[in-house]
Ligand binder design. Structure first.
Ligand code: SF4
Length: 685
């Protein structure tokens, strides 16, 4: 330990990495973070993973934090006062709005920051910029869940709590999720459940570590989730395992579903998915016959050109066997970033005000106009994945990015660079000079989670406190306060004394947050929305009795191939994902020395058969090429992936896999197809 207990104070807060929402103490000595200790939260039961324990505090004190506003002059960033920087921001955005209309502006909010910042950000974009072109990084991870679950069940969120789906359940159907690396504390709870006898069916193109102890591994080819689900339902119906009473009383659209899945017998599905028909039949029986059997899924389902359809297929399966609205069941997306659930809940989406109240609904529009005292733009906005191509074509002129780094995170990096270069005015509000911030005209220094009060909402819809542990550095300012200053300069005066005051406004305009306030969060440790009144204890399990939309809606969905499959020129199917030690762009984990010693470079998993044929050995440097770009990385040879398939993580700027990925989108959620593209590999001699 780098400290003595008596020298420190301990501030309870929420981990800033993944959507599990682990509770922990920040250990503070002389206004510096010196350590992290786990505490007993509802989701983490005293556990923390390597990211929470070691990578949650060192980045805060990193010497390269932004500490003053910067204005780019003649291509070089120069320090500026807040007044200079914000005056320029307001002048430029006002001018663009006057010249090209308010829909020439857009903003991307930060899924890593607190709910209160996200609420004020979307208010700034809507009330002061005058557009609904506001989005957050859920667009590129779980927007398909928001759309798919809202459409079929009525609410785009995890149906059951983490503890409920990892304790005393009979079977877990784990689809496209590697929780031991992406959500490690949930992963360890699943492993503990396995040790107590829970049978896990892993549906994943890779041999993830949970495969070693699972009941069954369906190693389906990436991009075939809809066929897999249709095949499961074919078997369930054929063997009389469907819950006919549940279907009749609580759902609609069953006849069309029944017709579609009749066309997916196990033999056909086995051929599409590259699995054994017998395994599919066994999986369907296991899942359907179990009393308690949650579906847990992640980006392996969503990040496809058929991502929303894949999510709807998860709803279809659960409704068919009546496993919704009950303990130990449900459809459970594991949300990625610490507050990506919250950024969506707070209305940082082009179609929705806070609480998923629709922009297109005139009554909702009127309500927000009255609450905010302003006439709002009635046009539904563009998604972030539409804004960037529009910027490349000169239709979006001004962009404000709060805490996102699309150069690293979005598909087809060259295309993103082109879009940012085309902007007439570009503002980034950040902790560090990221690859994206380097393209900005003005960079504004925000503050980290350890320097602010607020709330995050974890993957199970639990709103939990974030508490200020140390003072900000230099001239960096509270993020919502910067937005208020910009709004005021744009002619829409706005001010909040505290994050608590913002939460009270959120509760006043958002029915599902109506009973949430800081006093109750202190008393309870966290509340799961919907929580409509101050007497409402919150909602651990959704859709009990009836679905949020009334009846659950079956969607009859035919399987469609991924948009780019291997061919002679690009013979390998590549998928991407997260590794245990790093988080997304590594902006936080990459500033933790011990973590970098363990994991400091990108790699590509390749099957031994392919490696032998290409003359590639473990650790060799290789070139990976797609139709969009070329990178160099290192070979990780083995049998985690099938021959002709490869896998890369997306964390490393050198060897950035998104130079290769395909900017093809799902038609509904406009989510990119990160999980399937075609590449070629050659050894570097
Ligand atoms: Fe943080 Fe997620 Fe690890 Fe928990 S599981 S400590 S929330 S990174």
């Amino acid at each position: 330990k780098a400290y003595r207990e008596w020298e420190t104070k301990k501030i309870p807060t929420t981990c800033p990495h993944c959507g599990t929402g682990c509770q922990m103490n920040l250990v503070v000595k002389n206004n510096k973070l010196v350590g992290v200790e786990p505490i007993n939260g509802a989701a983490n039961k005293n556990l923390l993973c390597v990211k929470g324990k070691f990578a949650s505090y060192k980045f805060v004190g990193s010497g390269d934090r932004l500490t003053e506003p910067l204005i780019k002059r003649n291509g070089i960033f120069e320090p500026a006062t807040w007044d200079e920087a914000l005056t320029l921001v307001a002048e430029k955005f006002s001018q663009l709005k006057a010249d090209h209309g308010s829909d020439s502006l857009a903003g991307f909010s930060c899924s890593r920051s607190i709910n209160e910042d996200n609420y004020v950000f979307q208010k700034m974009i809507r009330a002061a910029f005058g557009t609904n072109n506001v989005d957050n990084c859920a667009r590129v991870c779980h927007s398909a869940s928001v759309h798919g679950l809202a459409h079929t069940l009525g609410s785009g969120a995890m149906t059951n709590p983490i503890a409920d789906i990892t304790t005393d359940v009979d079977v877990i159907l784990l689809v496209g999720s590697n929780p031991e690396e992406a959500h490690p504390v949930i992963g360890s709870q699943i492993r503990q459940a396995m040790q107590r006898g829970t049978k896990v069916i892993v549906v994943d193109p890779r041999k993830i570590d949970l495969v070693k102890n699972c009941e069954l591994h369906l190693q389906i080819q990436a991009g075939t989730n809809v066929a897999f689900a249709n095949g499961m339902m074919h078997v369930i119906l054929k063997e009389g395992l469907a819950d006919r009473t549940f279907i009749e009383e609580k759902t609609e659209g069953f006849e069309a579903l029944e017709q579609i899945v009749a066309d997916y017998p196990p033999e056909k599905v086995a051929e599409i998915c590259h699995i054994e028909a017998e395994d599919l039949i066994k999986a369907a029986r296991l899942y359907a016959k179990a009393e308690k059997a949650p579906i847990i899924y992640c980006l392996g389902v969503t990040e496809h050109s058929t991502g929303t359809e894949g999510v709807m297929s998860m709803s279809n399966m659960a409704m068919l066997v009546g496993k919704l609205g009950k303990p130990g069941c449900g459809v459970n997306p594991l949300r990625g970033q610490n507050n990506v659930q919250g950024a969506c809940d707070m209305g940082c989406m082009p179609y929705d005000f806070p609480g998923y109240q629709k922009v297109a609904n005139p009554e909702v529009m009127k309500k927000f106009e009255e609450a905010w005292g302003v006439t709002l733009n009635k046009n539904v906005g563009m998604t972030s994945t539409q804004v960037l191509p529009a910027a490349a074509k000169g239709k979006i002129k001004g962009l404000y990015i709060f805490g996102e780094d699309p150069i690293v995170t979005d598909p087809d990096t060259n295309h993103v660079r082109k879009a940012l270069e085309h902007l007439e005015f570009f503002v980034v509000q950040e902790l560090f000079m990221t690859e994206t911030a380097a393209y900005a005209d003005v960079v504004l220094p925000g503050i980290s989670y350890a320097e602010k009060d607020g709330t995050f909402t974890n993957t199970e819809r639990r709103v939990q406190r974030v508490r200020k542990a140390i003072e900000p550095r230099g001239e960096a300012r509270e993020d919502f306060d910067i937005f208020c200053d910009v709004m005021t300069r744009l002619g829409y005066p706005c001010h909040y004394d505290s994050a608590k005051e913002i939460m009270d406004e959120i509760a006043a305009v958002t029915p599902t947050f109506g009973g949430i306030n800081y006093d109750r969060l202190e008393e309870t440790g966290g509340l799961q929305w919907p929580c409509r009144t101050t007497e409402d204890p919150g909602t651990p399990i959704m859709h009990v009795g009836e679905f949020t939309r009334g009846k659950g809606l079956f969607m009859a969905i035919p399987y469609k191939k991924a948009r780019e499959l291997p061919d002679e020129s690009y013979p390998y199917l590549m998928s991407t994902g997260r590794m245990l030690y790093h988080y997304n762009t590594r902006a936080m984990t990459g500033r933790t020395e011990g973590i970098n010693q363990i994991a400091n470079r990108s790699y590509i998993e390749i099957n031994t058969i392919d490696a032998n044929r290409l003359g590639i050995q473990e650790g060799d440097k290789v070139t990976v090429k797609s139709r969009r770009g070329t990178i160099e990385t290192y070979a990780a040879v083995g049998n985690r992936v099938f021959p002709q398939e490869v896998f890369m993580t997306f964390h490393f700027p050198d060897g950035n896999v998104n130079e290769l990925t395909n900017a093809e989108f799902d038609d509904i959620a406009i989510i990119p197809e990160y999980k399937v593209c075609a590449v070629d590999i050659t050894p570097i001699r």
